[in-house]
Design a protein around this ligand. Sequence first.
Ligand code: 3H9
Length: 699
Amino acid sequence: MLVSYRRVDELAVISINNPPVNALSHGVRKGVLEAITTAQTDDSKAIVILCEGRTFIAGADISEFGKPIEEPSLPQVNAAIEDSAKPVIAAIHGTALGGGFELALSCHYRCALDSAAVGLPEVNLGLLPGAGGTQRVPRLIGVKAALDMITSGQKISAQKALEQGLIDRVFDGQVEESALAYARELITAGAGPRRISEIAIPQESFDSEAFDAYRNLLRKRKRGQEAPQRIVDCIEAAMEKSFDEGLVYERSRFVECCQSEQSAALRHIFFAERQAPKVPGLDKAVAPRAIDRVAIIGAGTMGGGIAMSFANAGIPVTLLELNQKALDAGQALIARNYATTVSKGKLSQEQAVARQGLISGTTDYEDLADVDLVIEAVFESMDVKRQVFGRLDQVCKEGAILASNTSYLDVNEIAAATSRPQDVVGLHFFSPANVMRLLEVVRADKTAEDVIATAMALGKRIGKVPVLAGVCYGFIGNRMLRQYAREAQLCMIEGAEPGQIDGVLTRFGMAMGPLAVGDLAGLDIGYKARQALTDEQKGDPRSYCIADALVEMGRLGQKTGAGYYRYDPDTRARSADPEVLAVIEEQAKLQGVERRVLSDEEILDRHLMALINEGFRILEEGIAQRPGDIDVVYVHGYGFPSYRGGPMFYASQRGLSAVYERIESLHKSTGEAHWAPAPLLTELVRNNQTLGDWMAKKN
Ligand code: 3H9
């Protein structure tokens, strides 16, 4: 039963049981409405709404969005709760989120366990609170605090909610027992229904200018996103309109958001993130290995960031470097990173000290004898990696997982340097590793099933989104990135300036343009990698000659103050550099390219189509398990705008036949083999099928 109703003496208890997160599906809404109606007719004196299982209601049922709304809607349920003639008390444990918190706000009193949290995260799904949240929250905490809470979508702790007045009572111990005691207390005190709708919004100097200033702030902070702007509209309406008119206004804006492409994209990413760690075909009986102690080889930026990811999750880490000096430098960098986090107020000094205390250092491989997992994060060279793995094979205990953080290299070849390839896996983190959420888990030919199960579970434990990838040059993300980066080079030599290319892509929503990213990472990295290749392996010189010329001039990117752009030594502000234009023009001449004006549309399409076409190849080869996995990789590892759902979702939204035609036209106009439409794309378009059809057939 989704919703049950029972009496405990003079109290009516409405209990919701819709695992895993008590989402407000149609059945739950109907059940709550019926129970509230029943409670009006008996001799109960107060009504308590609580949830079974691990959490209070985590929101509307997201899988119902995009389908026709079945009545009762949540606003109808909430209206019935607020109208109740008897006091209604919400008893919160776990998280009360979105529609779940809005339901609690319709109750007359809210109590919570001290471990609980509340929030309105709708904005993360391209939505706004559509069941009274934008109208009730400002009445309780004021306009500014409501704007901050609802546009950020961040959860707040029960304690903070108590201080703000969003919750009336916080207790520790057992939720039901404490909530019933609180309800009895209210009855004894003669407390009746207390409706937020009847509260006037605290007077503040928030006029239309202040609202516009807030909208402008959000244009920067939530670039390209529509829902945050609509949230401001609703909160402004809360100030200007009556409560009932405000609700009507909120509802209409909610429906608009719900039908938007942005919300569809963000909902796709929400489910894709949760789908990604699942590996079909993996025997469910396979138990993950226990990981209690981890070692990282290499204390550079990457190794240090990985070490922090584990320490942040409470897992002890040993950091190994070749010599004490390098180790000291690595540990100093970690200390600086923690200090910055403390100075930003994101961590307390004690927490930082505790986390840092979990990271110890060594220069001796013998100290790794007891660890359960080693992650190698050394220089990207097969020889060096094979040496490291040979050494790990000698010192690590039986059953230890040996992982490489390689970004491109063949994990089978690395595994072959050990006598235990079944224990070897790729764990590809993204820089800065303590911040970026993506983790590519690379399954080599002989990687054991329980190693994959462990990697997926561990990824989640350390707060990452793990995505399974097969072995190929660059796995999912970097393999696609090569095609994308290549287009940036070709657009440049054919006529575009760095600022135009980066501008087009950032306006599309990418966190940074490809050339600014190159400058940030350092142009010497790609240059060095190319030096190890033959001319044939390097491919078309037009796709790297500008980068090579800049490196040879000493322009390595931000670290030398100049790359594709010039950087102010003090502020790091970037500006266009005529010297770069001269280099581009010279290289175009040398390559016999006649420069022309490229439209923004051409630039955007070429970059996106390059990603998409390679994505289809990756899917067909089984390097990625599903289109959603590719989207998760691009959103969490490469700054692709989540509100566009990732490259494969974008392709589906644009229409596969339109995408095919665009790629085929690029193929025809350039004559380049890499623009040949991927066979899977061609097949789907020919059969008038979608990626969803393909996945359904595959499973
Ligand atoms: C809203 O409320 C709109 C209203 O304002 C207006 C209405 C009119 N629906 O994340 P987990 C599934 S918008 C459906 O791994 P955790 C999830 O897919 C909503 N399904 O667990 C997964 O399924 P599976 C506002 C949902 O413990 C399983 O539950 N609310 C929903 O790490 C476990 O999820 C939100 O945005 C849902 N609402 O984290 C909250 N939520 O096992 C969204 C979860 O098949 N949810 N599932 O893969 C969360 O943030 C996290 O799930 C939560 C638990 C923190 C609750």
